[in-house]
Design a protein around this ligand. Structure first.
Ligand code: CA
Length: 424
């Protein structure tokens, strides 16, 4: 696929710091606000943000199929409702305006000053109205590790796992944006299986390293999206920390699955990188054996190589990286997840969020949760201040980062970061 804005030779007249996540080839979308101004749509470039509301008002977006209200909005949904082709036109136009060879905006410093804001000066907001949130369970190593920890290493994967991209419907109301602190959840748990359950703050609070993908408006109820159609229904991707209270989860999950151990909070990154921008980083997925049913078959490279990192920063010390994984390790790709999600006729709406499931790689340093890193609390990880972790302590900040990189271009996601405050 030849996407104009992805051209690795493009250079911007805006200074892009070395190793920036946001070169001119990226142009991710988010919602930001300056003090005393309403939230609006922005595009990240280097360490600045392009204010699309101002860009539109000053007449630079006359050729694109959008209206002012699409950018003068507190969420990306109105803009996304215009569809994939319109977003592609918009992204190409923004790319042109930021291109060093284009003088339209570059030659008008006064207007450029109105349009560009320093990322340091803004507040980022939850970028979507998320109608529905679905969490998959699509990393084989993670499913295998959990199977080993809680069941039988010889039968670690349940019989359905290689036939179905397993998932569940999560809670969208408690998805918050990077930077918002959360309180340690309280709940019912049974630390001693010989004794009755108890109530209190979770002692086994954990992160889950995930990527989310965000959908365009799907088809009406009763219709399905095939694996070959799926790309057209995916707007982009973000970093996602799907918090888990392992002790609450472990006691409550039988027989209906995740509930209060999951729905107290999930964090998403503030920037949504378009699927278009990620096309150069497609890679083949694993060979799927046993063969999948025809509706889950797919053609072409549908996996994406994205380097992922998790760090824990205790209060008053530096962060410690505890995991380096990669999105390429997924067994099931987004196309298969979306095809499976809609195969029964379930409708997908603009702004739905689908999370990958914890992304663990084959090596121990690639595990995507403390449950696996500490092997259910049997090992510790040392922080830079000498303290040890099996799970997440109060006042720890968990930071996830991600970027795709080839010889010419780095397309990053920024970070999703959140501090855990003591239970209320
Ligand atoms: Ca999860």
């Amino acid at each position: 696929m030849n996407i104009k804005a992805n051209n690795p030779l493009l250079k911007s007249w805006i200074t892009i710091p070395k190793n920036s996540d946001f070169p001119i080839q990226n142009l991710p979308f988010g919602i930001f606000s300056l003090e005393d101004e309403t939230p609006r749509v922005g595009v990240a470039i280097g360490s600045q943000i392009v204010d699309l509301k101002s860009l539109f008002e000053l007449g630079y977006l006359e050729e694109v199929p959008f209206e002012l209200a699409d950018f003068d909005a507190a969420v990306l949904n109105p803009m996304m409702l215009r569809g994939k082709e319109a977003i592609r036109v918009l992204r190409n136009r923004i790319s042109d305006l930021l291109n060093i060879e284009n003088k339209e905006l570059q030659g008008n410093p006064e207007e450029a000053l109105q349009i560009l804001v320093n990322a340091e000066d803004v507040e980022m907001h939850l970028p979507l109205y998320i109608g529905d949130y679905t969490d998959f369970y699509s990393s084989e190593q993670h499913a295998y590790n959990v199977g080993c920890l809680f069941r039988d290493p010889n039968n670690a994967l349940l019989p359905n796992w290689k036939h179905i991209p397993v998932g569940y419907h999560g809670r969208s109301s408690s998805i918050v944006v990077s930077g918002e602190p959360i309180h340690r959840p309280k709940g019912q748990k049974r630390p001693n299986p010989e004794e009755p359950p108890v109530f209190g703050p979770s002692n086994l609070l954990d992160f889950e390293l995930e990527m989310g993908f965000v959908t365009f408006q799907g088809k009406p109820l009763g219709n399905s999206i095939s694996t070959s159609e799926a790309d057209e229904y995916i707007f982009g991707m973000c970093l996602f920390n799907d918090w888990s209270a392992r002790d609450i989860q472990g006691w409550e999950y039988v027989p209906l699955g995740p509930f209060l151990g999951k729905n107290f909070a999930s964090h998403m990154g503030a920037w949504i990188v378009t699927l278009d921008a990620l096309e150069p980083f497609r890679v083949p997925g694993p060979i799927q054996k046993p063969e999948v049913l025809p509706y889950l078959e797919y053609k072409g490279d549908k996996h994406i190589a994205i380097n992922l990192e998790v760090a824990i920063q205790p209060e008053n010390t530096t962060e410690k990286v505890v995991s380096n994984s990669n999105y390429k390790y997924m067994y099931w790709n987004m196309n298969q997840q979306l095809a499976h999600h809609s195969v029964n006729g379930c409708n997908i709406n603009c702004g739905d969020l689908m999370a990958s499931g914890t992304i663990s790689g084959p090596e121990k340093h690639e595990y995507g949760s403390m449950l696996e890193i500490s092997w259910k609390g049997s090992k510790t990880v040392q922080m830079n201040d000498g303290s040890e972790r099996k799970f997440i302590n109060d006042n720890d900040t968990v930071i996830m980062r991600g970027f795709a990189q080839n010889d010419t271009t780095r397309i990053g996601f920024g970070e999703v970061s959140a501090k855990v405050l003591p239970a209320k």
